[in-house]
Design a protein around this ligand. Structure first.
Ligand SMILES: Cc1ncc(COP(=O)(O)O)c(C=O)c1O
Length: 406
């Protein structure tokens, strides 16, 4: 597949704003939607609309098959051993909340949780809520100046009370790929579980949960081209089997009586109520597309674009790039910058008028912004359908916007 073929699958890449071609560089917030995903959603809505797992009629069986075959496709995509290890959620946020609410029931006063300093609020706040209710202690794993996790400090943070360590595979602000396997090994040697937030990792990094050896892995469909309102919590089978239910309701039970209710086996124990019938199956064409992109020379092109952006942003006068790891391999095409004397939001507003969609502000990572000593940043996040011309246009436009504001 070449870049033109890829772009033709994403009609918004040919879109215009204010009469100018849209340059969409806000992919870390949500990716654009490709036609095969929209078509699958349409097919599920117009042809196979029926509730899941319940009725015996043709359409219900067809919809259920679509849903369950998606579970198999996701399991195979992320290297899970069993499809039952895949729990469908509405996104990363719900995945982490599910885990905190269920696993957290076994945490008692004085137990400890380690969270990296570079986490999105959705991998902080659910644990803080648990901390308050169960009187826990949260410890923070710091980052260095390049935005890399201080793994050297991890052993000193771990104790015999550390129940879980929570890190992102890739930070949504720094774009740095974290050495998850090393973190898993250190945690496991201490008897501590590891949750990896894969929201930014899954679209960019080949992910194998067994190779990473993480205990839990969370991600969102909408950041990897699938429908919004879809997501996954992966958990090792023996761990999920020992978790209590999350929400109560239809389909998550085995039997209900006034005296005693028993619960369905995993994963349905965690999927109460009517699920995202049309959305979940869109993960299948999204996965197929990611695989196709990885099998084509788009990977080399994306990496060329990343290297050019990295070099340009790191050497641009007056620009500070946050997340510039020692090894460029450990960086995705995501660039968060501060520009001397210019407010990030003013920049984003001017870039918008030039047709460029970026993100500005705290990016749901306020503690990280505090530790970087900034009130917010400007972020340009690329996807494989972005072109080198778009990258150059971004840089030229940034320079113009800075001149206008100074
Ligand atoms: C690293 C990271 N974790 C979690 C989330 C939350 O994802 P969602 O809003 O899809 O639940 C995001 C969203 O930006 C993210 O970038």
């Amino acid at each position: 597949m070449n870049i033109d073929e890829l772009r033709s699958l994403f009609p918004q890449t040919a879109g215009k704003v204010y009469g100018k071609p849209l340059v969409y560089l806000d992919n870390a917030a949500t990716s654009l939607r490709p036609l095969p995903v929209v078509r699958k959603w349409e097919e599920m809505s117009l042809k196979y609309n029926s509730n899941l797992h319940r009725a015996v009629h043709f359409t219900a069986v067809a919809a259920t098959e679509e849903y369950e075959s998606t579970r198999e496709a996701v399991a195979s995509f992320i290297g899970a051993e069993f499809p039952e290890e895949i729990v469908f959620t509405s996104g990363t946020t719900q995945s982490v909340n599910l885990l905190a609410a269920t696993l957290g029931k076994s945490f008692s006063e004085g137990d400890e949780i380690i969270i990296s300093a570079a986490e999105h609020h959705s991998n902080i706040v659910p644990w803080q809520l648990l901390k308050d209710s169960n009187k826990l202690i949260i410890k923070v794993l710091p980052i260095n100046e390049q935005g890399e996790l201080r793994l050297d400090l991890l052993p000193s943070l771990l104790s015999d009370r550390t129940k879980i360590c929570c890190v992102s595979q890739v930070s949504n602000v720094l774009g740095v790929v974290n050495p998850v396997r090393k973190i898993a090994d250190t945690c496991h040697a201490n008897g501590t579980l590891l949750l990896v937030d894969g929201a930014q990792g899954i679209p960019h990094v080949e992910t194998d949960v067994r190779r990473m050896d993480c205990d839990f892995y969370a991600f969102s469909g909408h950041k990897m081209y699938a429908a919004p309102g879809t997501g996954v919590l992966y958990g090792k089978k023996h761990l999920l089997e020992n978790l209590p239910p999350y929400m109560g309701g239809g389909e998550m039970i085995e039997s209900v009586s006034w005296d005693k209710t028993t619960f369905a086996p995993i994963p349905r124990r965690f999927e109460a109520g009517t699920q995202n019938i049309s959305g979940v199956p869109t993960l299948k064409p999204a996965i197929e597309l990611i695989k196709q992109m990885r099998d084509s020379d788009l990977v080399a092109r994306t990496s060329e674009l990343k290297d050019w952006m990295l070099e340009t942003m790191a050497s641009e006068p007056g620009v500070t790039l946050y997340g510039n790891p020692h090894d460029a391999e450990n960086k995705i095409s995501l660039f968060s910058i501060a520009v001397d004397g210019v407010h990030h939001e003013d920049l984003a507003l001017i870039l918008d008028k030039m047709g460029i969609a970026t993100r500005s502000g705290q990016m749901c990572a306020e503690p990280l912004m505090d530790s970087l000593g900034v009130t917010g940043l400007l972020r340009a996040s690329f996807a494989p359908y972005n072109t080198m011309d778009e990258a150059r246009y971004f840089v030229e436009s940034l320079r113009k916007a800075v001149k206008m504001l100074r």
